[in-house]
Ligand binder design. Sequence first.
Ligand code: NAD
Length: 361
Amino acid sequence: MELNVLVLPGDGIGAEVTAQAVRVLNRVADKYKHTLNLTEGLLGGVAIHKTGQPLPEETERLALAADATLMGAVGLPEFDNAPPDKRPEKGLLGIRKALGVFANLRPVRAHPSLLDSSPLKNHLVQGTDMIIVRELTGGIYYGTPRGISGDGLETRAVNTMTYTRAEIERVTRMAFHLARGRRRKVTSVDKSNVLENSQLWRKVVVETAVEFPDIELDHILVDNCAMQLILNPRRFDIVLTENMFGDILSDEGAVLAGSIGMLPSASIGGRRASGAWTGLYEPVHGSAPDIAGQNKANPLGAIGSVAAMLEYSFGLKEEAAEVNRAVEAVLESGRVTADLKPTGTPATTSQTGEAVCEAIV
Ligand code: NAD
């Protein structure tokens, strides 16, 4: 099979972990005799440096032409006080919007060999296996009006949380379809006791769920969800939520997985100019300026994103399972990066990537 993949390494550890993910992708393509056509593009701080734009037109064009895009992370401290349009994160929101990938899937699993890496008690975390389905192209991150106006004590900042029925329906259907391949339970998260936006969310989820009588549905308020994720994470199978709530809850999920460096993500649902589906694959973590350039970032979230790409964009389930098996083998070997608190000398980013490649035999 021909795999046309755009790689956007981005900033900080984004570039470091992506290099290892690409190594693993090459190894799998080689083993299973797929033709891998890789192109590379600019996104984020590195793109601002080279072109003045966080999402250059060329990158958007390449992403729309590729079958799938593999992304690192963006963000550089030097842009922390830059205007919103000149910040690396604008590129991230821009590419998600350009590709129209409206459903962000964030699997959270407690790997048996990592139970001691979580600050939570083993008996709470053990058996955790959920996917957080986060709506990705709507909500408060994109809503208008937005901005800061006025001055002095009258300075005012406005953001708008907005969803249409159509936006809620399509991500709800995606979540319910996913539930069919799992434990058949969807938990929808909202703040319907306070927000009209959440009241519409809940109403549309309930109405859409009628199409899936074989799937159990329950609802939870986002504040309680934050608590239950820690107290009783096994109760969740598919967690369906809007953009900002999903952003926050999935970082909390990182605690269950042992480290944020472990978490992959897949953003799907968009269509290319040709009409074919596309996907954007990236680890959940950011560019981690505190450890960038030290070859110590955990690349397993980025490598897990390769597995997700093989499965969701190319339908290559066996190849995806092979990558996940190799990651599991590396975790069991105990030769892992410092964030996973190994008993011996921590492995470097590149040693971990190499170990995953070696485990694909
Ligand atoms: P972060 O995820 O970059 O880092 C949070 C903490 O987790 C840091 O202590 C970091 O060292 C650690 N960490 C993250 N990934 C790790 C890995 N793979 N291995 C080991 N440790 C890891 O979040 P932050 O510090 O809030 O943000 C830093 C920058 O990244 C900001 O500019 C932010 O806007 C950006 N960001 C980008 C994305 C993205 O590109 N998708 C996501 C989140 C944050």
